[in-house]
Design a protein around this ligand. Sequence first.
Ligand code: ADP
Ligand code: ZN
Length: 728
Amino acid sequence: MLIDKHHILKEKLKEVFGYDKFRGNQEAIIQNLLSGKNTFVIMPTGAGKSLCYQLPAIVEEGTAIVISPLIALMKNQVDQLRAFGVEAYFLNSTLNKSEIKKVKKAVSDGNAKLLYVAPESLTKEENVEFLKTSNISFVAIDEAHCISEWGHDFRPEYRRIKSIIGELGDLPIIALTATATPKVQLDIQKNLQMEDADLFKSSFRRKNLYYEVRPKSNSKKQLIRYVKENKGKSGIIYCLSRKKVEEIAELLVVNDIKAAPYHAGMESAKRIKNQDAFLNEDVDVIVATIAFGMGIDKPDVRFVVHYDTPKSIEGYYQETGRAGRDGLEGRCLMFYSYEDILKLEKFNKDKPVTERDNSKILLQEMSSFAESSVCRVRQLLHYFGETMTENCGFCDNCLNPKEKFEAKDAMLTVLLAIKETGQRFSMSHVSDFIRGVKNEHILSYGHDQLPTFAKGVNEDNDYWKSIIRQTLLFRYLKKDIENLGVLLLSEKGEDFLKNPISIKFTKDHEYNMDEVSEEESTDAQGSNVRAYDENLFALLKALRKKVAKEKELPPYVIFQDPSLEEMATVYPTTKDDLAQINGVGHGKVLKFGRPFLDLIAKYVDENEIETAMDVVVKSSVNKSKNKIFIIQQVDRKVDLDEIAESKGWSMSELIKEIEQICYSGTKLNLDYYIEQILDDERLDDLYDYFMNANTDNISEAMEELGDDEYSEEEVRLVRIKFLSEYAN
Ligand code: ADP
Ligand code: ZN
């Protein structure tokens, strides 16, 4: 019998899908389901889950119901099956009445082999009644982790699935997911009342993926450099908000990278266009919210970047899994900042209490993963309940190992603390206990009376949490699956208490976040304030002084300090490069550029510096929209008051915009306006001032000139005129 089935299945596999062999557990899973047993499949993304229900649906009589939360992808999945000649349909809120009728007819006629249903359509009374009368072969529950509130993608409607399936009769269930921690796994089985199900769990290990976490500082620049290093390769960049997606996609585009955005808020035609452009390699990089990639099977994605710190390890691992599906190179880079974690916690504020607590735990797991210097792969697999006895040897932590320290005593303290407090508490309580914190919790349990209380006062919370995490990772502790967050001693831990041995732990990373705050490493004028080459800066300043003297102009008219700093950061050696520097336009390059370029070229050569010109972060487009608008209006000699009003700006805001335009090297002729507000004498007076001043600082100018004599606006406008004439 089994032999027969084997032949039939293999034949169909070839006939319908064109594959010669099953992959991994596929056949065993299918056989199990076909023999009427409940089946639970945990397989990483890309391993071939769909086939596990599609093929049996084809060989069985009747219609298989496939429950999936991804309405947006249903049509796609159904189209794919139809392309193979399989009669598949879907039922969800996007269909109109007559379409629904058609679908139902195909099911009643027994033609439909698969019916994809959204959970909220499944729970509709009329649909339940209809399905009761139909011939259903089995039920597949895709993305089954959605049923668990302990996971990262909880959908409350999933909770009602089991009772509805019950109404349809005694049908075998196949549940499938690409992410399940041991806790979520148990939860899925409980909720579907399929504790008896046969479990098919494949390893989550993906040996071709390189994992790396970097602190999120100066991240725009890092990102551009990273993408340019991977030039011509396909990549996905995940951001957490739609706004960020738009912003980063624009940033990449203005930096000459073929990139496009993708998020749920976009018009669907545009979204599909961008997705296709990515699949067809018309764009290299797609910048997306997490919605992108589910159900999309591009085998040669070479890198996946998490530009924002992700919400959970589950989601993160699934998303990184979209890299290197073909088994070749796949690089996974995450930018981590604790500020992101705090931001995400804030978003959870309005969620119901349990959901909020769960999200918080997921976030804590995320931040310990990022901060830990233990092998990334080892941590990830441990999170999903797999054991690795050795490090991967290939991730950032393995390649740049941190110093190890003897942790025997520290671990002993942790194990004792957990044992003494009755193995009922979570990490933060244990850490408080060890550090001798006398909070309400500790006191109410009388924990301050126990021997290990306050044994670790000399180290801080981060230290103890890191010790606890590593104790867990090396399996001296285990997580209580029933009670989220609670830590228990493992057998190995009990043994250690009896016979403590030497054990080496590694120190966590210290990501110093105040060094350069987040990605916005640009000041008002958009110049980079990252540490610059001070020697070169000094040389540039000296040159500026010399040139200023020759031209009889104040030095700041030549180049402003931020421009010199940027030159001393990115070492421009061509006219085009120089024009990229903030505050330097082509006019300035022609007027003053040559000696500066020569100086930099010489310096670069002598000091064997690798120029980083390719990572100048060109400023983004919104600003330039205003810029174009202002330039056009000024060209038409529109009164500044009117320009300001039409944009809803104050005069001072408008002047600020104009200053930026002027500082970035564009000439603006404001004479038509200045003539209206200043007579010749006063104008000359201000001109004289700027010609002889040491700086163009406005407050100094106001002090010198007297604010009863000139308004700040007048002074600023004249400064713009002055700089436009002499500096640009
Ligand atoms: P998952 O749902 O697990 O992420 P899919 O079901 O989308 O993965 O399958 C991933 C890819 O593997 C698809 O392109 C699919 O056609 C292919 N695939 C599945 N099973 C086989 C097989 N037995 N032989 C060859 N390719 C397969
Ligand atoms: Zn490693």
